[in-house]
Design a protein around this ligand. Sequence first.
Ligand code: CTP
Ligand code: MG
Length: 233
Amino acid sequence: MEKKYKKTAAIVLAAGSGSRMSADKTKQMLEIDGKSILKHTLLAFEAAKSISEIVVVCRDGEQNFVNNELQSIGKCSKIVTGGKCRAESASIGFYQISDDIEYIMIHDAARCLITPYEIDLVAEAVYEYKAATASVAVSDTLKRCNGKRIAETVPRKDLRAVQTPQAFERDLYSRALACAPIIDETITDDNMLLENMGISPYCVETLPSNIKITTSYDLEFAEFILLKRKGEI
Ligand code: CTP
Ligand code: MG
């Protein structure tokens, strides 16, 4: 039986400067396997059955680039210029969603290996839990350090690495934004706004391949995964 999806907007954050990549372009513009990182991300949301609308938050000066990448992305309703930090860009995107949207899903454009399957999984979880996030169990042993010296081992049983998409009931996220004491770079993910209200978002198990492209090493990894998915290697 066909699943029943609710009106959900994806807010794709692509307003960063990519400083850690040290490239001559921002991360969203860099190409992997013949397509920009932004395009790979947009294609996944376009294909996800749970997504009815896409708002792209872009960097000032990159509007033309984004417009070009939107060919074949029929779900995009708005492009808006982002803010000084990720959290500000997310809030700017949120205020652009259509009136009939019931759920929102915030996603880093830099996580271009996200799949429609994972997006739909997060959507199903948010209908049930009102706040849900992509995440993976931590597999490395974690140490707290003093500089380069290990001070102690951090038990990893309850630790998860949180990714995006992060999805919320629209009204809940709206209240979380209103309650946030400050929107600045100390807010490193969207769940933090809910945590601040005493709400515990549900952790959906997503794939470890859903990395955030950050350095040039990640580009090689992403190319490998994309070619493997196409059956070319
Ligand atoms: N982002 C955004 N607005 C900002 C900063 C970041 O929309 N003011 C977006 C980025 O485009 C990215 C996502 O948030 O898709 C996660 O941020 P990050 O991986 O840190 O990307 P950058 O900020 O571009 O990279 P860096 O921190 O290395 O400069
Ligand atoms: Mg950043």
